[in-house]
Design a protein around this ligand. Structure first.
Ligand SMILES: [Zn+2]
Ligand SMILES: [Zn+2]
Length: 131
C-alpha cells in the first residue's frame, strides 16, 4: 500500500487519492462547510471576522481558495495578501497585476530558453553543411 507524508500535518498515512491524510481531509471538509455557510450569510465579512467566527485558521481558508474549492464571488471584503507584493487578492497565489507580470516574465524566460536551446542546433546544422 502506498505510504505518504501528509502535505499539511506531516503525519504518515496510507495514500488514497489526496495528498493530505484522512484527518486533514475531514478537517478541511468541516472548515469548508463552516466557511461557506458563514460567507453566504455574512457577505461583507473580512478574513479577521471569518476566522474569529468560524474558528478556522486563515491559512486553511486561503488554501481552500487557492485550490479552487472556495470561490469568492460576493464577498468583496474577504481577501488575503498576494505572495509577491502583499496587495489583497481573492483568488490564486498572486494579485491580478502580479499574475500578469509573472506570466509575462515566464513567457519571456521560456522564449529565452528556446533561443538558447536553438543555438547549438544551428551550430550543428552549420557544421554538417558539406562543402
Ligand atoms: Zn494530515
Ligand atoms: Zn501582487
Amino acid at each position: 500500500m502506498p505510504i505518504a507524508n501528509c502535505a499539511r500535518c506531516g503525519r504518515i498515512y496510507t495514500r488514497v487519492r489526496r495528498d493530505i491524510c484522512p484527518k486533514c481531509v475531514a478537517e478541511e471538509d468541516r472548515a469548508f462547510t463552516l466557511v461557506r455557510s458563514y460567507l453566504s450569510e455574512h457577505r461583507n465579512a473580512d478574513m479577521a471576522e471569518l476566522t474569529e467566527a468560524t474558528g478556522v485558521d486563515a491559512s486553511l481558508v486561503v488554501a481552500l481558495i487557492q485550490n479552487g474549492r472556495l470561490i469568492l464571488r460576493n464577498n468583496p471584503n474577504l481577501s488575503y495578501p498576494c505572495e509577491r507584493c502583499g496587495e489583497p487578492t481573492q483568488s490564486g497565489r498572486f494579485c491580478r497585476r502580479c499574475a500578469k507580470e509573472l506570466s509575462l516574465a515566464l513567457s519571456a524566460a521560456s522564449a529565452q530558453l528556446r533561443t538558447r536551446a536553438a543555438r547549438p542546433q544551428r551550430g550543428r546544422q552549420r557544421g554538417s553543411v558539406s562543402r
